[in-house]
Design a protein around this ligand. Structure first.
Ligand SMILES: Nc1ncnc2c1ncn2[C@@H]1O[C@H](COP(=O)(O)OP(=O)(O)OP(=O)(O)O)[C@@H](O)[C@H]1O
Length: 437
């Protein structure tokens, strides 16, 4: 499972082979490479794509040399301080293997679609924190990048016994003193006609996901800090301390460093909620995921059926920036599924007009204008050329008449035909014009 490279005759290599063998991790071909390497010799090490490179250096390696290896792509560097370093290598590979297996498992791939290296890297960090950590996790990323899904993943992978409780901090009403978090006693405020448990109680033993934590009112930030530090809180209007214990996952699309600088977010709370920070990439940073995600959302929208995509539709998807990220892509897929008549691929005419590129924009290669899409649809339905011409003629007459308030003469002039031609086609009664006698 792990391959050792470099200095095969070295005593370290023999020790490593034995330790990896004993742990059932030795052998070539899998995703882990252990490189025995002396940075003083300056041989560059390049990780192969998709493989993790663990570099074992002599204990004489200097700090700049070690950091140069990390910057060069080594996943980790362990210095050989004696045979016990072999155990550290084994532990490191076992942990990577456990994380990689979860990231590739249906528990993750069924929930989170996408195989771009950018998404895989974020998921790997998230799964490692969920599996091996217990501290609060902060998920950052633009709106619609999947932060709530990330919280669901942490909850599922962390195998918490309790519930996942989701609370959007933008919905907290300041006048209720954080009752959504703490719960309240009967009569605590106008309308509190019975006592109610809040999110802290509901999440006990499970996971609390605080979405948009950057919007948490400043007054409640100190209260949250105490709950995260000490696990104690009082219901609004109550004076009994209650205990709770949950895994906290927070998310924001705000720049919390800027919020702290502006005095809108407490630095002590930030350090408390961000023991692990994972950034989800925007959709435009991982264009390879766009089409698989669009197909996934189309399947979701059409209950399993997955129409093909005309090349121009794929090109359009690739060319779009998607500022609303996956939420915007999902909405587009649902709109397209509602328009799609089928059979055959999704055509550009089925993409709502607001998504079309501007006339003066760079038109993505292969983009089909609506007329071309209409002709293709006719061809697919077996409509011949003369019928197509007749359909276009009728449509042109209808539109010209509508443009000119039903005046056949003016419509005829606009179309460059006699008004008789218009009358014949539409059976429009001949109108008396001021020049008619
Ligand atoms: N990788 C993914 N695979 C499948 N669906 C996804 C993926 N990422 C996000 N989605 C879907 O996209 C939509 C938006 O995701 P989500 O609500 O998790 O984003 P968010 O970052 O929390 O948004 P906001 O910042 O607005 O709260 C949801 O319908 C979600 O199920």
């Amino acid at each position: 499972m792990a391959t050792i490279i470099g200095h095969p005759g070295a005593v370290e290599a023999a020790e490593l082979c034995r330790a990896l063998d004993d742990a059932g991790l030795s052998g070539a071909g899998d995703g882990y490479v252990v490189a025995l390497h002396d940075p003083a010799q300056g041989v560059p090490l390049r990780p192969e794509p998709g493989r993790r490179l663990l570099v074992v250096t002599p204990c004489t390696a200097t700090t700049p040399q070690v950091w140069a290896l990390v910057r060069g792509g080594a996943s980790d560097v362990i210095s050989w301080v004696g045979p016990e370093a072999a155990e550290a290598v084994v532990r490191r590979i076992q942990r990577w293997k456990a994380v990689d297996e979860v990231v590739a498992s249906p528990a993750v791939t069924d929930l989170i679609v996408g195989s771009s290296p950018e998404l895989r890297a974020a998921l790997t960090e998230l799964v490692e924190l969920a599996l091996f950590g217990s501290g609060p996790i902060l998920v950052i990323g633009e709106t619609g990048t999947g932060k709530e899904l990330a919280a669901r993943l942490v909850h599922a992978v962390g195998r918490a016994a309790g519930e996942l409780v989701v609370l959007d901090c933008t919905t907290i009403v300041p006048s209720l003193s954080g009752s959504e978090l703490f719960g309240h006693e009967k009569g605590a405020f106008t309308g509190a006609d019975r006592a109610r448990a809040g999110a802290f109680a509901a999440a006990d033993g499970g996971t609390l996901f605080l979405d948009e934590i950057g919007d948490l009112p400043l007054g409640l930030q100190a209260e949250l800090l105490r709950v995260v530090q000490e696990g104690t809180y009082k219901r609004v209007g109550g004076d009994v301390w209650a205990r709770t214990s949950f895994r906290l996952v927070s998310a924001t699309n705000r720049d919390l460093a800027a919020e702290q600088a502006a005095g809108r977010f407490r630095s002590d709370l930030f350090h408390r909620i961000a023991s692990g920070v994972v950034r989800l990439p925007a959709l435009r940073e991982r264009p390879d995921d766009i089409e698989p995600l669009f197909r996934h959302f189309l399947r979701e929208a059409s209950c399993g059926a997955e129409p093909d995509l005309a090349p121009a539709v794929s090109a359009l998807l690739q060319a779009r920036a998607f500022p609303g990220n996956l939420r915007e892509l999902r909405q587009l897929a649902f709109a397209v599924a509602a328009h799609h008549a089928g059979p055959g691929p999704v055509t550009p005419g089925e993409i709502p007009a607001r998504y079309w590129p501007a006339a003066d924009a760079d038109v993505p290669h292969g983009f089909q204008p609506p007329l071309e899409a209409a002709v293709r649809a006719c061809l697919r339905c077996g409509v011949g050329l003369s019928e197509m011409k007749a359909m276009v003629g009728d449509l042109a007459v209808d539109l010209a008449l509508a443009e000119h308030g039903g005046n056949a003469r003016r419509a005829a002039a606009a179309l460059g035909v006699t008004d008789r031609a218009i009358q014949l086609r539409k059976q429009v009664p001949r109108q008396r014009q001021p020049t008619d006698h």
